[in-house]
Design a protein. Structure first.
Length: 384
């Protein structure tokens, strides 16, 4: 009969572990907001330090930077959202006619589908019901509160960075502070590089979308350009968000124009993925494409849209931490361990013919003789 005995100390440890797990589950929304704030803090920290170096007091530098950031985002959303709502109403009213044009375009390629009748049978009252509007309103309110919390937490983290550093350094041995400072600088470089690279790619797709839609005569090109810039932040599905609305708006005029918009935006997405992103990010992230895909899918499954946004910077920061552990030999790779073992064996084998001579030079009865016999094996062990 199996008998399990747990000491009083073991019971306390298990109880504390369960308590910590319960606290983690209950406080997870707060922890998630803190993670987002930390990512923003690391990305904005170089700009704050630059403003401080110019003679601006740190609290005012943080306030100025966040004020510019918040005002820009609010202004862009204030312009974009009403225009997109108006475009949605136009698309809904003209959907049957647009569906007929798609039918005619597909018929030229021998594809026969019944889209116009299906468009007429859509019950928009059920699609956009009162309950759905209430749910959307609640989500928008919760998102607004979360965004305000993130901005406030980011401001506190940026303003108190020196004091936070001094507080954390008290728990770090003096001989390890230099290494951990370099680790933090590497994470700052990676996460900050990601955010700056994302800003460049978002600006690039916004400018391209505006120029393309303006040339093709699609209404409200600036609003769709702003939407494309924000959608570019979202990996994988951002391309779909940036492409479908302007194509639907162009479909109200003609199916040919909608097809041109679709081809132009898809072509740019290929250009961005294959040419622009590798050159903008360079070696900042240094993540294989399959790791990026897995990280994004895992983030979406665990945390939804927030997980998608945090997937790449957190994965890149984790790669920096892993590189630090490997370089400091806290994690030994199998290849490195095997190479070190082979080098040690080769050095030991080459030292063996001289071992008797060393042993003969000193008497075994003296401490020098013991030291002489032990000395040849130490370099090999040190290398292992």
């Amino acid at each position: 009969m199996l008998k399990i005995e747990i000491s009083a100390r073991g019971v306390v440890v298990i109880a504390l572990a369960l308590l910590a797990l319960w606290a983690l589950i209950e406080l997870w929304p707060v922890i998630l907001l803190l993670l987002v704030s930390l990512v923003l803090m690391i990305g904005l920290l170089p700009f704050v330090e630059w403003l401080v170096s110019k003679g601006i007091a740190r609290p005012y530098a943080v306030l100025l930077l966040l004020l510019v950031f918040v005002v820009a985002v609010v202004a862009l959303f204030s312009y974009m959202v009403p225009v997109l709502v108006e475009e949605f109403d136009d698309v809904r009213d003209n959907l049957p006619e647009s569906a007929r044009e798609i039918e005619e375009l597909l018929a030229n390629f021998g594809i026969n589908v019944e889209l116009q009748e299906r468009a007429r049978n859509i019950d928009w009252g059920e699609v956009v019901s009162g309950r759905a509007a209430v749910d959307v309103g609640q989500r928008v309110l919760a998102l607004t509160v979360s965004l305000i919390t993130i901005v406030v937490m980011t401001a506190y983290l940026l303003a108190d960075t020196p004091r936070l550093g001094n507080f954390i350094s008290q728990f770090i041995p003096p001989q390890r502070r230099g290494e951990l400072e370099r680790l933090f600088q590497s994470m700052t470089r990676v996460v900050g590089g990601y955010l700056r690279g994302q800003a460049i790619t978002s600006l690039a797709i916004a400018v391209y979308t505006f120029v393309l839609l303006r040339i093709l005569g699609v209404p409200n090109p600036l609003a769709f350009a702003v939407l494309a810039g924000f959608a570019d932040v979202i990996p994988l599905v951002g391309a779909l968000i940036a492409t479908v609305p302007p194509a639907a708006a162009a479909l109200q005029d003609s199916a040919t124009r909608a097809l041109a918009v679709l081809i132009g935006l898809v072509a740019y997405q290929q250009f961005e993925d294959r040419f622009l992103v590798p050159r903008v990010y360079g070696r900042t992230l240094n993540l294989p494409p399959v790791i990026v895909l897995i990280a994004v899918l895992a983030g979406a499954e665990l945390l939804g849209i927030v997980g998608v946004l945090l997937a790449l910077p957190l994965t890149a920061a984790a790669r920096v931490a892993l590189d630090y552990l490997i370089e400091s030999r806290q994690i030994v790779l199998p290849a490195d361990s095997q190479a070190a073992q082979e080098a040690a064996e080769g050095e030991t084998a080459s030292d063996q013919p001289f071992a008797p001579d060393v042993a003969d030079e000193a008497s075994p009865e003296t401490p020098g003789g013991e030291a002489s016999r032990a000395e040849p094996t130490r370099p090999g062990r040190a290398k292992v």
